[in-house]
Design a protein around this ligand. Structure first.
Ligand SMILES: Nc1nc2c(c(=O)[nH]1)N[C@H]1C(S)=C(S)[C@@H](COP(=O)(O)O)O[C@H]1N2
Ligand SMILES: [Mo]
Length: 317
């Protein structure tokens, strides 16, 4: 079992019963046992309540109803395996994700390679319900479980020269057919953020969703989630995080620079060269339901617009 939790919060008294129950369920799903009355602290807690409130106050309530889990688990983009959204669920099951470690290097005081357990032992997991908008024009609402990327980056002590963060997906050609055949994209899959985007409190690393360990097809055991950017920025199965002076070359930007920018902020007024980004099909909303209007920054303007104050978003796409 790859996911361990801290065992140092003494009693259930401080936790509202609902959350305690969910936490118990989550821990059981991870195959962990509760030692006596001790509650491992790595799930939910106060953060979950507070964070959910924060998000709900800035997005319409009805649209934050989570998309049915079965849809999210069976309609995935994972190009290392397939270009077909229905097939990754099955194909990704051959991935080997235990043991798992993540290298953090570059412009940091303390470069290190951490076992995933060591990372999680230092984190309090939170559930965060985020909108997720793919550049192809579909969207979903997902209750992710994870922690702020900033928490992990701080462990490595970034130097003042660290201006960008580069993320790399695992190379596992034995289980990933399109890596073997070198099809369509240059692998490994690489993504990147500016340092202030990476440190933003909305930016998270997810290890679970819907109160369960992250399914392999959704990016297990560790993926990025950046809710105000198009889905391709939310890179799966991360094994390397590098802090850099200069912007990294990212997979989609490199393969089609005129179609996929480095920033890739959700923006209904900047069309993809081949289709409008004005609206989206919310998964599970039904055949006869009209498409929903896509929002600037995917609805997170209040939290992130200040990051782009001096940029013309029509050009930096
Ligand atoms: N390594 C890797 N990460 C990836 C992808 C991929 O093909 N490989 N697809 C991206 C795209 S295009 C989207 S929309 C989201 C989809 O996440 P989901 O399949 O969990 O819905 O993952 C992103 N992260
Ligand atoms: Mo996507």
């Amino acid at each position: 079992m790859i996911i361990k939790t801290k065992k140092d919060i003494p009693s259930s008294e401080i936790t509202p019963p609902e959350i305690f129950k969910e936490r118990r369920k989550f821990i059981q799903m991870l195959g962990l046992t509760l030692a006596g009355a001790n509650i491992p602290s790595a799930f939910a807690g106060e953060n979950k309540v507070n964070f959910a409130n924060l998000i709900k106050s800035t997005t319409p309530d009805d649209s934050l109803k989570p998309t049915p889990a079965e849809l999210v688990k069976n309609y995935t983009n994972y190009y290392e395996f397939t270009f077909n959204k229905d097939d990754a669920t099955k194909l990704a099951q051959s991935m080997v994700i235990d043991p798992w470690s993540v290298e953090i290097s570059g412009e940091v005081e303390k470069p290190a390679t951490y076992h995933l357990e060591a990372i999680l032992n230092k984190q309090t997991l939170e559930e965060r319900i985020y909108r997720f908008r793919c550049v192809e024009g579909w969207s979903m609402v997902v209750p992710w479980v994870g922690f702020s990327l900033a928490n992990l980056l701080k462990m490595a002590k970034p130097l003042s020269t660290a201006q960008f963060v580069k993320f790399t997906t695992i190379q596992q050609p034995e289980t990933m057919p399109n890596q073997r055949d070198k099809k369509m994209l240059d692998f490994p899959y690489v993504e990147g953020l500016r340092i202030d985007e990476a440190m933003h409190p909305l930016t998270m690393l997810a290890v679970g969703m819907y109160g369960e360990t992250l399914p392999k097809q959704n990016g297990a055991p560790l993926r990025l989630v950046v809710p105000w950017k198009y889905g391709f920025k939310s890179i799966k199965a991360i094994v390397k995080i590098e802090l850099l002076k200069n912007p990294p070359l990212t997979t989609w930007n490199q393969s089609a620079p005129q179609e996929y920018g480095f920033y890739a902020n959700v923006n209904p007024s900047v069309p993809h060269p081949r289709w409008s980004q004005n609206s989206e099909r919310l998964l599970g909303s039904g055949f006869f339901t009209s498409r929903r209007q896509t929002e600037l920054f995917n609805g997170y303007s209040e939290q992130v617009a200040s990051l782009y104050q001096n940029m013309d978003l029509r050009h930096f796409f």
